[in-house]
Design a protein around this ligand. Structure first.
Ligand code: FAD
Length: 302
């Protein structure tokens, strides 16, 4: 059996595997797609100490770093079940069952798409999901935020400090965000809030040049010229496969303590699939290191 088996090969999983292997213990990593979300990322400018890189390049460096160590890498393997027996068992989609003394879950998350024409076409060409990552690219420009929940309103407040103007589009007649956030939003001079509107299309040529929406009460279609659209209708953790085997919160995030431990002894978790706040590369890597040291500590004591 493994001492540490990591499930998920994004920044969190790679970091967890390297920290474990450096302890000289038997380490494996199973990932559906080694690299994770960064494979879909164009430019990265907030991975501290690296002024600028690109997602696929960072993914290749992660893989290179992992290969420096004696780590059993199982790429293109999707986990479908976790069961705690004497050891912890992870069953893969191909039927194989991996056994380990500890497991680190780092299966990440995915942004929920609005699913309108133009969204996929202009992804990374004006369509963005992360204000911390891509906000500065729109300095001095007009952008829209789709979604008036907490994440949408937080994004709009954040962006309003960088860009020229922000238009928030909310499908429902009222914003769902906490009232303190709404108060802050409405106090800003360069924000327009459109409620009860349905996004119809993100328009553009080489990159985004506007957004079309329908006023739901009048059914009138409107178009706004702008340069960027931030989609903020939810981040979905890739944790459904766990069922009730590990405690998750109402958003599906795996509940962890400050050492990365879950409610199941020997099962740790890290990165975007957890309750750890703020979903970022540098944070998920730190979280992977924490969970790995947590798992090592557990092995020493058990
Ligand atoms: P992920 O990167 O999501 O990796 C999850 C891993 O688990 C993958 O290998 C996946 O294939 C695997 N997996 C999932 N389910 C299973 C399963 N059942 N079995 C086995 N493996 C599974 N952050 C920044 O800091 N700066 C940026 O500029 C930035 N830009 C971004 C741009 C885009 C378009 C996106 C989508 C995200 C961006 N982020 C950015 C966020 C950043 O990519 C994430 O915070 C980070 O990748 C999270 O790492 P993770 O390892 O927790 O999860």
């Amino acid at each position: 059996p493994f001492d540490v088996l990591v499930v998920g090969g994004g920044p969190a999983g790679a970091s967890a595997a390297i920290y474990a292997a450096r302890k000289g213990i038997r380490t494996g990593i199973a990932a559906e797609r080694f690299g994770g979300q960064i494979l879909d990322t164009a430019s990265i400018e907030n991975f501290i100490s690296v002024k600028h890189t690109e997602g696929p390049k960072l993914a290749a460096s992660l893989e290179e770093h992992v290969k420096e160590y004696n780590i059993d890498v199982m790429n293109l393997q999707r986990a479908k079940r976790l069961e705690k027996k004497d050891l912890i068992e992870i069953e893969l989609e191909n039927g194989a069952v991996l056994k380990s003394k500890t497991v680190i879950l780092s299966t990440g998350a995915r942004w929920r798409d609005v699913g309108v024409p133009g969204e996929a076409e202009f992804r990374n060409k004006g369509v963005a999901y992360c204000p911390h990552c891509d906000g500065p690219l729109f300095e001095g420009k007009h952008v829209a935020v789709i979604g008036g929940g907490n994440s949408g309103v937080e994004a709009a407040i954040d962006l309003a400090g960088i860009v020229k103007h922000v238009t928030v589009l909310e499908f429902m007649p009222e914003l769902k965000a906490d009232s303190v956030l709404q108060d802050r939003l409405y106090s800003l001079p360069n924000v327009t809030v459109l409620k009860n509107v349905q996004t119809k299309e993100i328009t553009g040529t080489d990159s985004v040049n506007g957004i079309s929406y329908i006023e739901r009460d009048t059914e009138i279609e409107q178009h706004i010229e702008l340069s960027g659209v931030f989609v903020q209708i939810g981040l979905v953790p890739n944790t459904d496969w766990l069922g009730d085997s590990v405690e998750r919160n109402r958003f599906g995030e795996i509940v962890i303590d400050n050492r990365g431990a879950t409610n199941v002894p020997g099962v740790f978790a890290a990165g975007d699939c957890t309750t750890n706040p703020y979903k970022q590369i540098i944070i998920s890597m730190g979280s992977g290191a924490t969970a790995s040291l947590g798992a090592f500590d557990y092995l020493v004591r058990n």
